[in-house]
Design a protein around this ligand. Structure first.
Ligand code: FAD
Ligand code: 2HG
Ligand code: ZN
Length: 531
């Protein structure tokens, strides 16, 4: 490990090897962050694609409660009869399911259902549909757009007890499991069998595979293994009326008709409840290296990315970045110290391959080249698991650090990669000293920027300065206003910045066909006039 950098040091003295001494796991527990007393609602919208139906633009006021039935004692009796001991009505136990991870959105559900089987999910939905009771599907509740918690009194249907692995094929590496398997547990299960999940993200200790599929989560390995749209081979889904759609294929190739599972990947619980998933998993790499580098300019960071793709090729598994403002928040709020010297930008590169010598050589050649071209100014490398984790935490824990900085306005933007940091610079200039912090980090390899802006408290004037500026900036460059987190409650009315009115109308038609009463995750994903 050190050898790579020792050789590098001989070539360029500015780059040094630093020992990373400690590891940190993401704590998805209570943060001192204040819970907003009302929902967060977007205030404006571009009128670029608005039809006459919504010509006034999205409302800043909360959506009104739709006329769903309120849960009665008879309803509770029914739920208790099919889910004895798993029908939760104790307000203390319901508390954490009513509030999102960011503590920015709160619902007031009085019932949490914890089914264990697909048959139970089917019974619940058939009943709710017949009674016109609204339902909020919930996985690990780590979603960042307010989609995972009720808006009003929707019944929460949790997949927490649907956590069984159903089968694993050692030859193909295809795992089939229930939707409530926690991503990290699945990863451990697979690693014991010499495979890994194609997906990894900072919330892995809490998020469920069903929630990952429902949000089409991207994460840290998308650059290497592609999106869940490619690696999910099959799904089992329960419709709003209780019918079960069995698309739980375990085939890599199947062109018989429409690929229906794609409708549910990224549908955020609005079209059906995902109850089981089959996923194609890569082999566990025999050698993993993580490099943490410092860069003087974003231009050099992009050049490093290009060089890296060319020289590391098939062993490159992640290329992530954070700016110096993120580093400041990690230092201040989480007491994580910078493993290298201070720089405007930091890069986390991971390689994963099958031959340690071959990978070392490739990495070493790449680092030589990056230093000789003066693209990077400092760096450290890790091959040992605990040190790898410590370096990754510098990237994975930025979201957590932000929750300690104040009220956070989050933007998850997809753009041509050369433009991603320009938005951060323009936003800083646009806001002047009105924000506490304006930070940029994300998945460079995927052209995905996480722009986060904090203020001491919720600040409507600041929000009005950020939006619609951020959405217009993105739409003008044909970017996406939600690269990987989805639209949920918070972004639903901004969909027209990234999708044509024809596309949104078709989405509404599909929603109506699969869930005519609109009981599944109402007020989410689709704009108000289609929910
Ligand atoms: P939840 O939050 O419970 O739900 C999310 C949405 O999916 C909701 O609309 C819900 O109704 C729906 N849903 C959940 N389960 C089902 C189901 N079985 N059937 C139908 N609908 C369902 N996202 C990324 O894309 N990349 C990242 O790198 C990333 N990093 C994160 C890091 C942190 C620290 C945190 C807190 C979040 C991060 N996220 C990231 C956000 C992300 O969307 C998720 O964490 C994850 O995919 C959500 O899974 P979950 O089980 O928590 O779903
Ligand atoms: C990440 O990549 C997540 O770390 C979270 O997608 C991003 O908090 C965010 O803005
Ligand atoms: Zn992300």
């Amino acid at each position: 490990m050190a050898r790579i950098f020792q050789k590098a040091i001989q070539l360029k003295s500015t780059l040094r090897y630093t020992q990373v001494s400690s590891t940190h796991r993401l704590a998805l527990t209570n943060s001192p962050f204040t819970i907003a007393t009302s929902h967060f609602y977007p205030s404006r919208c571009n009128t670029r694609n608005l039809t006459t139906k919504n010509a006034e633009g999205p409302k800043s006021s909360p959506p009104e409660r739709l006329p769903f039935t309120r849960v009665t004692k008879e309803d509770l009796d029914f739920f208790r009869s099919i889910l004895p001991g798993r029908t939760i009505t104790d307000p203390d136990l319901l508390e954490s399911s009513n509030v999102d991870w960011l503590k920015s959105v709160r619902g007031s559900s009085e019932v949490l259902l914890r089914p264990q089987t697909t048959a139970e999910v089917s019974q619940i939905l058939r009943y709710c549909n017949s009674r016109n009771l609204a339902v909020n599907p919930q996985g690990g509740n780590t979603g960042l757009v307010g989609g995972s918690v009720p808006v009003y009194d929707e019944i929460i249907l949790s997949t927490a007890l649907m956590n069984k692995v159903l089968s694993f094929d050692h030859v193909s590496g295809i795992v089939t499991c229930q939707a409530g398997c926690v991503l990290e547990s699945l990863s451990q299960y697979l690693e014991e069998r010499d495979y890994i999940m194609p997906l990894d993200l900072g919330a892995k200790g809490s998020c469920h595979i069903g929630g990952n599929v429902a949000t089409n989560a991207g994460g840290l390995r998308l650059l290497r293994y592609g999106s869940l749209r490619g690696t999910v081979l099959g799904l089992e889904v329960v419709f709003a009326d209780g019918r079960v759609l069995d698309c739980l294929a375990t085939l890599r190739k199947d062109n018989t008709g429409y690929d229906l599972k794609q409708l549910f990947i990224g549908s955020e619980g609005t079209l059906g409840v995902i109850t089981a998933v089959s996923v194609l998993c890569p082999r566990k790499p025999k050698s993993v290296n993580v490099v943490f580098l410092g860069c003087g300019t974003f231009e050099n960071l992009l050049k490093t990315f290009q060089l890296c793709r060319g020289m590391l090729g098939e062993i490159l598994s992640a290329f992530e970045f954070l700016d110096s403002e993120c580093m400041r928040l990690l230092n201040t709020h989480l007491k994580l110290s910078n493993p290298i010297s201070d720089c405007p930008f930091y890069i986390v590169i991971e390689t994963a391959g099958s031959d340690p010598n071959h990978d070392s050589e490739k990495l070493h050649n790449f680092l030589d080249e990056a230093m000789n071209a003066a693209l990077v100014t400092d760096g450290t490398v890790a091959t040992e698991e605990s040190k790898i984790k410590a370096l990754w935490s510098m990237r994975e824990r930025v979201t957590e650090a932000l929750t300690h900085d104040g009220f956070t306005y989050k933007y998850d933007i997809s753009l041509p990669v050369e433009l991603i940091y320009r938005l951060v610079l323009d936003m800083r200039q646009h806001l002047g000293d009105r924000a506490r912090s304006v930070v940029g980090y994300g998945h460079v390899g995927d052209g995905n920027l996480h722009l986060n802006i904090t203020s001491p408290a919720k600040d409507p004037a600041l929000l009005a300065a950020i939006e619609p500026f951020v959405y217009e900036w993105t739409a003008q460059r044909r970017g996406s206003i939600s690269a990987e987190h989805g639209l949920g409650l918070k972004k639903r009315n901004y969909i027209y910045y990234s999708k044509s009115s024809q596309a949104v109308t078709l989405m509404g038609d599909i929603k109506h066909m699969l869930d005519p009463k609109g009981i599944l995750n109402p007020y989410k994903t689709l704009p108000d006039h289609l929910t």
